[in-house]
Write a protein that binds this ligand. Structure first.
Ligand code: NGQ
Ligand code: ZN
Length: 452
């Protein structure tokens, strides 16, 4: 049994002073407030729950900063996607594992303790399945295992290049499955994550443009429980194509034709009318917001006022992993709304006047729901814990919610000090215990990939 003591910690009911967390078998076995530290306790100043990162494509970390050069025609999400597809066609399983491990180490150092990996690169470079059809799912699991991050694997079903069942492009060959082969892949993926403690497996129809309604109906029953994730309404072209195909906008189509509920995470859901935002909030589905990537790709700005007024849930994803930061995602979410609405403290609520606290609470609850786990520093839950450095200048003389505001809005250097996942301490002094070898391997793999 390990005992951690915090001068102050954010518990489900709010901030408490002099908190001892007892950890057994990777879970929080007891939470005691108002108790002085004993000699046996490992002492820290500030404790907060680790955040879930509900949407990641780990391999895309390898192309961070490599797509910021202007092309021949005007650049867009779609020209970025061409470059991404080119990167995809080169990677070996070893490359994918090394790059993903680097991404996961960075996530842990940023304060994320669980990742939802939206995993769609399944096949070899020619597009043929590997001998073990879940070879690459196994590589993701290995990266998660090596880093210690909690894993919710979301095997992706991808079949088409556009609405109406358009034949897939050459650049998509590593993603493509039939419904039957996807069933086998899902089974094999469950086996592939078996060695990863606490791992969960959900399912992810990639997007309405990559599947048909019949395929969607066929794959949903393949997971009796567990999260269901889908990309939706990220780009205006997708909205226009969906309207041309069905007469409905994507979020509306999904609500009308699929059993959308709390098991669902609608990733991006950027372009919603007020009516769609209210309808989506009523389903209980989580909006998977990826503010840094959405800014990088020029997606647009989420319809926050309508969605949150209707009580909608949201969580955060680092998606393309162009920059991995929990505070960065939260800040970008708030700032994009401020710029659009020409207002301040948009995400603050009547319950929590502090914007940082409202952002943090929202992302914790929605992220955990979307990844199929519980959240917070509470008895019975996984001991996923982050300590913050009280000596960080951005946190000077702060307590309670002001700590979160200082971290999110005022820190240049991250104050994330130590991180525990399932009770195991994997980050100390802001550094992951495997950061060096993982980074060396990442560098070697990238040098090979980019030299080709
Ligand atoms: C993805 N990215 O799954 O990585 C997609 C592009 C595709 C975003 N939607 C891939 N941001 O559409 O085929
Ligand atoms: Zn994505």
């Amino acid at each position: 049994m390990a005992e951690l003591h915090f001068k102050q910690a954010l518990l489900p009911g709010g901030w408490s002073r002099e908190v001892r967390l007892s950890i057994a078998d990777g879970r929080i076995a007891a939470v005691d407030s108002g108790v002085a530290a004993s000699d046996a306790d490992e002492r820290h100043a500030i404790g907060v729950p680790g955040l879930p990162n509900l949407h990641s494509h780990g391999f895309q970390r390898g192309m961070a900063g490599l797509t910021e050069i202007r092309g021949m025609s005007s650049d867009s999400f779609w020209t970025w996607r061409e470059l991404m597809y080119r990167f995809v066609t080169r990677m070996t399983p070893e490359d994918i594992e090394a790059i993903t491990a680097q991404a996961y180490v960075e996530m842990l150092e940023a304060g994320f303790t669980r990742v939802g990996e939206f995993h769609y690169v399944h096949h070899d470079r020619s597009g043929a399945p590997y001998e073990d059809i879940a070879e690459l799912a196994g590589r993701i699991a290995a990266a998660a295992h090596a880093s210690g991050i909690g894993l919710t694997l979301l095997p992706v079903f991808y079949a088409h290049a556009g609405f109406g069942g358009r034949a897939p492009d050459e650049g998509q060959r590593r993603f493509i499955n039939t419904v039957d082969r996807f069933g086998l892949l899902l089974e094999a993926s469950r086996r592939a994550v078996a060695g990863c403690k606490g791992a969960k497996v959900g399912v992810a129809p990639h997007s309405l443009r990559a599947i048909t309604p019949d395929q969607l109906a066929a794959i949903l029953p393949m997971v009796a429980d567990g999260p269901i994730h889908i990309h939706v309404a990220e780009q205006m072209k997708e909205v226009d194509d969906c309207l041309a195909w069905s007469g409905s906008r994507p979020v509306q189509w999904l609500i009308d034709h699929a059993p959308v509920d709390r098991r669902w995470c609608l990733v991006h859901a950027t372009h919603m009318t007020n009516e769609e935002a209210r309808a989506m909030a009523a389903t209980g589905a989580v909006a998977g917001l990826c503010p840094v990537t959405e800014a990088n790709l020029g997606d647009g700005i989420f319809n926050a006022p309508a969605f949150f007024a209707a009580g909608g849930m949201y969580g955060l994803g680092t998606d393309s992993n162009v920059l991995i930061g929990a505070a960065d995602e939260l800040r970008q979410l708030e700032y994009s709304q401020r710029l659009k609405l020409r207002a301040r403290n948009v995400m603050a609520t009547s319950r929590t006047a502090s914007t940082g606290r409202a952002l943090f609470d929202g992302a914790l609850a929605g992220g955990a729901l979307a990844l199929g786990v519980g959240c917070g520093l509470a008895v019975g839950l996984a001991a996923d814990i982050v300590s913050l450095d009280a000596d960080s200048p951005a946190l000077a003389a702060r307590s309670g919610d002001a700590i979160l505001d200082g971290w999110i809005f005022g820190s240049r250097r991250s104050p994330v000090d130590c991180v525990w996942t399932s009770g195991r301490k994997v980050v100390t002094n802001s550094r992951h215990y495997q950061a060096e070898p993982v980074e060396a391997n990442f560098r070697r793999r990238l040098e090979g990939l980019l030299a080709e």
